[in-house]
Design a binder for this molecule. Structure first.
Ligand SMILES: [Zn+2]
Ligand SMILES: [Zn+2]
Length: 443
């Protein structure tokens, strides 16, 4: 399997003399399998040069599979300049997570409205198909492709591509689920010592991969002031990849304010940290034009997902109960969920919530931890003790970011644990992930 980086920058294209080495184009990675299947991970501005290179090969027909992690600008802006889409006889299959506002086709058509671009999406001569994905295992080209939700203020998936006896995992635009990576008292460096279930799932998804391409937009010093923006610092990526037994780690989605000298410097620090982890993990910062050939190995075990396939939730209608005793916060969350077309009811205390759940079972409860009469943890414990609500998904909101609180939340049976401050798009993406995962349990 051959992997080539065409775009490594995050957020916005950053050309210039001091970004020449690591690159100024936004996210785009070309993956070619041994039998010639072409998978393109993200379609940032790097996709323009990739398209030109594919055309220059003079093939009779180009069949491209574009796998979008999500549809923020820096991941789709290269698509209107991807020349193979402008040639009849070529085919382009576009994949992306469902649950952004509207289907993938509509979201991509939006950036090609005449206000923004002179050619309408429907006018492109290549055969273009759209595939909205949820979590699960898919076949794309000849490859086995697993998807899993990431933590980002938009519906975002990571991709694990398995083909030719090799696994590469693309985890771009993702931030840690929790401030602390390890459980207190547990041996660091092991997947089962990871504190937050989300981070543990993230580690399992990349386990034993030959190559992981991971978001590392920030330094550990920068991250605290950029929390909830949806990106990682290199220390998180290095530690989690080492725990997961990953062989090689390419750090990417470079911050626009980081020039080549700065990235070279943090690359040294990331390598030192990897050495300290002691697992033999090879770390580097991805640069434009970087090409890797991954040799097959017989020891590769196919990834086994927690659930084999999650059915689409796009057509389903959900009822969500929001419980918070602070009126401003309650209104903010209710409005955001109503904007996403959910039916939302609200309660201002734990007791009221339990009564409402008895009367009418919601699909999900968004529950504040700290409330005056009965706190969120007591509500969860009550729900888990009753057979009818044992598996009712509960997303807990809390300002308590300390390790014991997070651990207590998961031990009590919380489905997901979101710490304040959070952003509204981050919360709605986490709500969507909870609903997508819950569907199979309830059905
Ligand atoms: Zn991005
Ligand atoms: Zn993004």
């Amino acid at each position: 399997m051959r992997v080539r980086f065409w775009g490594t920058r995050g957020s916005i294209a950053t050309p210039g003399a001091d970004t020449n080495h690591f690159g100024g184009n936004t996210s785009c990675v070309e993956v070619t399998t041994a039998n010639g299947d072409l998978l393109i991970l993200d379609c940032g501005t790097g996709a323009r040069q990739l398209g030109a290179a594919l055309m220059a090969q003079g093939k009779k027909a180009i069949n491209a599979n574009i796998l979008l992690g999500h549809t923020h600008w820096d991941h789709i802006q290269g698509f209107p300049f991807f020349t193979p889409a402008f040639v009849k006889g070529n085919s382009v299959a576009i994949y992306g997570p469902e649950g952004s506002r509207g289907p993938l086709h509509g979201v991509l058509a939006g950036q090609m409205e005449y206000t923004y671009f002179p050619i309408d999406l429907t006018q492109l001569p290549a055969a273009i198909t759209y595939h909205d994905l949820t979590e699960g295992i898919h076949t794309i080209g000849g490859a086995r492709v697993a998807t899993q939700f990431l933590n980002h203020p938009a519906m975002t998936v990571g991709y694990r591509v398995e083909a030719d006896g090799v696994a590469i995992v693309y985890l771009v635009d993702h931030e840690p689920f929790s401030d602390a990576l390890w459980r207190a008292g547990a041996e660091p460096g092991r997947i089962d010592s990871i504190l937050h279930e989300g981070d543990r799932r993230h580690a399992r998804f990349m386990a034993d991969a030959d190559l992981v391409i991971h978001d590392a937009q920030y330094t550990p010093e920068e991250y605290p002031s950029k929390k909830t923006w949806g990106h990682s610092a290199y220390d998180y990526a290095v530690q989690i990849a080492a725990a997961a037994g990953v062989r090689r780690l390419a750090l990417t989605h470079h911050d626009p304010s980081h020039n080549d000298d700065f990235i070279s410097d943090i690359e040294r620090k990331a390598r030192t940290l990897a050495l300290q982890c002691g697992t033999g993990l090879d770390v580097f910062y991805a640069y434009e034009g970087c090409e890797l050939v991954l040799e097959p190995r017989s020891t590769l075990k196919p990834f086994v997902a927690a659930a084999p396939f999650q059915a689409s939730v796009a057509q389903r209608h959900f009822h969500i109960l929001v419980v918070d005793d602070q009126p401003d916060m309650l209104t903010l969350i209710v409005r955001a969920l109503e904007d996403d077309q959910y039916t939302v009811s609200q309660a201002t205390s734990g007791l009221e919530a339990l009564r409402m759940i008895d009367e009418h079972m919601p699909d999900l409860v968004v529950l504040d931890y700290k409330m005056a009469d009965m706190d969120g943890m007591a509500v969860v414990k009550t729900l888990r003790a009753r057979p009818r609500t044992q598996r009712l998904p509960v997303l807990m909101l809390t300002a308590m970011t300390d390790e014991p609180s997070t651990r207590a939340g998961f031990e009590a049976g919380v489905t997901d644990y979101v710490t304040k401050p959070f952003s509204i798009p981050q919360l709605t993406a986490r709500v969507r992930a909870c609903l997508a995962r819950a569907e199979l349990v309830i059905a």
